[in-house]
Design a protein around this ligand. Structure first.
Ligand code: MG
Length: 370
């Protein structure tokens, strides 16, 4: 499994409708920014990070893949995933310019591609390589019905439709105004009834005082978790909020390292743990977070920067993973889409990590990498 080449790629995939918004972002496309790694015996692996499809910043990641990480990989054995992770993550020159951000997103894409290769070489889907199936089903929750840009009546209609389609969990965005968001939360809870889990996501917009005011109003509606209530790195603020409200606190999609999660665990500032293989240093580092969360008896609900193509494997294989996000934007770009049937993810069957693009996606959605 000697590595012959490492090539970056960018795909820009349209979101549902023409655009969506949360409290901090408005986007029209999702960026699938990654690495295609080929070995001398002809195996090909793909891995990617997730972006907001801003070409200039996507090209910072592809340049890091091509000019900084690729030279460290050529000639190496692709099967040595953990050793190669350390080689890239602890490279003295790269560590100096970034232990988070662009270098980590590049590392994420490469690490996922290496796991994809390893699973393909073994002829098994990734979940088997990660220890096998620990649960018969992975429950999906639907995020795509709950954007802040969706009008109130459409939000309620979409929530009802998701439940009719078999989802037993949904998530809606908050972070506009306390009054508007409470009104929408109440309307959705009334529409879906008490048997469906209803999470909310603030995308780090509010301060502690606003969160406390919102939570007092939201507590009667049985909120499953409040995701990113505060600025992403604010450990102390999340700890204060977690003590002050009955609503569980969820976060992690903007944390780049296992060390960052450790601090939230130590300060009891988190109830639901949301690492993302596309944001951290890939599967290798997310596995560390899952293990640590499990040791703290905290459930994991991976954030789906990969739209669950990879996380579905992790969720079938790791005992800490309780529930998984569903957003359908990019699934049809892959030879084995992450599919939900009756509110649960289908168990992947193809060898690899679920990251092999279809020929059609490769031809029609690619953008220049420099
Ligand atoms: Mg979120």
């Amino acid at each position: 499994m000697k590595i012959r080449s490492v090539e970056p790629f960018i795909l820009h995939v349209p979101v549902t409708g023409s655009q969506i918004a949360d409290s901090t972002h408005t986007i029209t496309h999702w960026g699938v920014v990654g690495a295609r790694i080929e070995t001398e015996d002809g195996l090909v692996g793909h891995g990617f990070t997730g972006t907001h499809a801003h070409l200039a910043s996507d090209q910072l990641v592809t340049r890091c893949i091509a000019t900084c990480h690729a030279p460290l990989l050529i000639g190496e054995d692709a099967g040595d995933v953990h050793r190669l992770w350390r080689k890239l993550a602890r490279d003295p020159a790269l560590q100096w310019v970034g232990r988070a951000g662009i270098t980590t997103l590049s590392l994420a894409a490469i690490d996922v591609a290496l796991w994809d290769l390893k699973a393909k070489a073994a002829g098994v889907p990734l979940w088997k390589l990660l220890g096998g199936q620990v649960r018969p089903k992975v429950r999906a929750y639907n995020t795509d019905i709950g954007w802040l840009s969706i009008a109130d009546d459409q939000l309620v209609a979409g929530a009802r439709r998701a439940v009719d389609d078999g989802f037993t969990g949904i998530k809606i965005k908050v972070g506009s105004s306390v009054d508007r968001d409470l009104r929408r939360l109440e309307a959705v809870r009334e529409a879906i009834g008490p048997g469906v889990t209803l999470a909310i996501d603030g995308n780090g917009k509010w301060d502690l005082a606003t969160c406390l005011r919102f939570c007092r109003g939201a507590e009667p509606f049985d909120v499953f978790w409040f995701e990113e209530p505060l600025w992403y790195d604010d450990v102390k603020g999340h700890a204060q909020l977690a003590r002050a409200t009955r609503i569980p606190v969820a976060l992690g999609e903007q944390l780049y390292t296992a060390d960052a999660f450790s601090e939230f665990f130590a300060q009891q500032a988190i109830h639901w743990v949301q690492p993302d293989v596309t944001r951290m240093g890939g599967i290798t580092e997310v596995l560390q977070v899952c293990e640590a969360a499990h040791a703290f008896r905290l459930p994991v609900a991976p954030h789906a920067g990969d739209m669950s193509q990879v996380h579905v494997h992790l969720s079938f294989a790791h005992p800490a993973c309780e529930v998984l996000e569903y957003i359908p934007w990019i699934k049809d770009c892959f030879t084995e889409p992450a599919e939900v049937v009756d509110g649960h993810f289908r168990l992947p069957q193809q060898p690899g990590a679920g990251t092999t693009p279809t020929a059609a996606a490769w031809q029609t959605l690619r953008r220049p990498t420099e």
